[in-house]
Design a protein around this ligand. Structure first.
Ligand SMILES: [Zn+2]
Length: 478
């Protein structure tokens, strides 16, 4: 590639405050359309907004975790535009004095390289409602749901410091991880609590000056951002190769077609006629208040990862996987508190539990709790079941949420420890398989696996494989 991409991301986060940012309406996903509304968020005349303290606090916590400068005074502005999902015809946002500037986020790349990505600013605004377009019926219809109108939206604007898809992906994952650690949002991309907007320009390699920037909206998932990025890089490179000029514009990502298309020529700040919101006072932030918030910052991923390695003596790889999500890390620690077997828990969680998680689902949604896993590990350690049976039990737990001991009892999965019973299985197997038995006698170890498999089948997987091997050897090789 003879061009270098210059990429920036805007991260839109729906904050987990219980009520909306300037009124007392419920801020929840879903609900009957237009049921979480009131005169304030409907923009009726004579109403006044009141700033939600929790939303402000969550925003500041993010700003502190991203090492931003936080000015003493922050001010809200009106961003004026007309759209059916915006009942007031303006959005309360922040343009001139956002609540934070000049932050940074360190991302991890392959080969343990790190890169610092600048944060240009962070600002708090209200979200718009949602339009539903339907082309069915006699004529196309658009329905408006204002439940989301006025919910707290935090916007994190990065510097254009990203240079390729790997860095862009790492940035999105790191931001998501951080926001979940800070417990300011559930970050469910499918429900729109976390949305990204991409801006990208190309410049010939070695040139310092930026090319013309294109913004891409409507990208609904991490995968979509990466596809949109790929598409735009190719599109812009083709224009430049042909000696053309890239138009500065906002484009929409079409996920089904896998392409971007022009939405509007890029508007400048002046098109929105920003002016200070006269209905809200400037917010003065006391130093002591910010210091108190800073002291409340939780242990974040890197610190947790280091502590896991030290305290639980698990490999750095395991610690990294477990600490990548706060709820998983908490789950692991709770297991270790119930029963001291960190490496066993880390294996079970990584191999059998994390693979059950889809994008947007979390460990807390599964029917398995640390109590389940601790009990299961105890059953294996006490030889009540072997580890193959444990895998069966875990599958059953995923389905029913029943406790492992109950599953073992109900399904009759207790290990066969009665050596008389196992001996009988071994003898039957030898009698039924004279060929392999002879081969094993002649020193062919491959036959052993076959015979072992047969005995295990007879015991329905419950025999101790080591005991079976021992017995087979005794009987056939003496
Ligand atoms: Zn309201």
């Amino acid at each position: 590639m003879k061009y270098e991409p210059v990429i920036g991301l805007e991260t839109h986060v729906e904050l987990a405050s219980k009520s909306k940012v300037f009124c007392r309406c419920k801020a929840e996903f879903g609900g009957q359309p237009n049921s979480y509304v009131c005169p304030v968020c409907l923009g009726l005349p004579g109403t006044l907004p009141v700033l939600n303290k929790i939303s402000m606090e969550m925003s500041l916590i993010v700003a502190l975790a991203l090492h931003c400068d936080i000015p003493e005074v922050t001010i809200f502005d009106r961003k004026n535009y007309y759209y059916p999902d915006l009942p007031k015809n303006y959005q309360i946002s922040q343009e001139y004095c956002p609540l934070a500037r000049n932050g940074r986020l360190t991302i991890q790349l392959k080969d343990e390289r790190e890169k610092e990505i600048g944060i240009h600013n962070i600002h708090l605004e209200e979200d718009a409602g949602k339009n539903f377009h339907s082309t069915g019926g006699k004529q196309p219809t658009t329905l408006v749901d204002l439940n989301r109108a006025g919910t707290s939206l935090l916007e994190i604007v990065s510097q254009p410091d990203l240079r390729n898809a790997e860095e862009t992906e790492a940035f999105m994952q790191t931001v998501r991880c951080l926001l979940r650690y800070l417990e300011v949002s559930d970050c469910k991309m499918q429900e729109g609590s976390l949305r990204f907007e991409l801006n990208i320009s190309l410049r010939p390699c070695g040139v310092q000056e930026y090319g013309t920037k294109v913004e891409v909206k409507n990208v609904g998932s991490v995968k979509a951002v990466l596809r949109a990025l790929d598409y735009e890089m190719a599109r812009q490179a083709e224009i430049l190769d042909e000696g053309g000029r890239v138009v500065q514009e906002t484009r929409l990502w079409d996920d089904t077609r896998g392409e971007t298309r022009p939405m509007r020529v890029k508007e400048g700040a002046k098109d929105y006629r920003y002016f200070p919101e006269p209905d809200l006072l400037p917010v003065r932030l006391e130093r002591e208040y910010l210091d108190a918030l800073k002291n409340r910052l939780p242990e974040l991923r890197d610190a947790k990862c280091r502590r896991f390695i030290e305290t639980y003596q698990i490999p750095p790889y395991d610690a990294g996987v477990l600490a990548a999500d706060k709820t998983v890390a908490d789950f692991f620690e709770e297991c270790c508190r119930l029963h001291a077997a960190p490496k066993t828990f880390s294996n079970w969680i990584m191999v059998h539990i994390l693979r059950e998680l889809r994008e947007d689902s979390e460990i807390g949604d599964l029917p398995i709790t640390p109590q389940h896993l601790a009990e299961l590990v105890r059953l294996v350690e006490s030889d009540a079941i072997n580890s193959n049976i444990a895998k069966k039990v875990i599958t059953e737990m995923m389905k029913t949420g029943n406790m492992p001991a109950d599953i073992v009892k109900e399904k009759g999965l207790e290990a066969v420890s009665d050596s008389g019973e196992i001996e009988q299985f071994v003898e039957e197997t030898i009698a039924e398989n004279p060929g392999p038995a002879e081969e094993f006698k002649d020193g062919k170890d491959k036959a052993m696996n076959f015979l072992l498999g047969q005995v295990m089948r007879k015991s329905r997987g419950k025999a101790d494989p080591q005991l079976v091997q021992e017995l087979l050897r005794q009987k056939l090789r003496g």
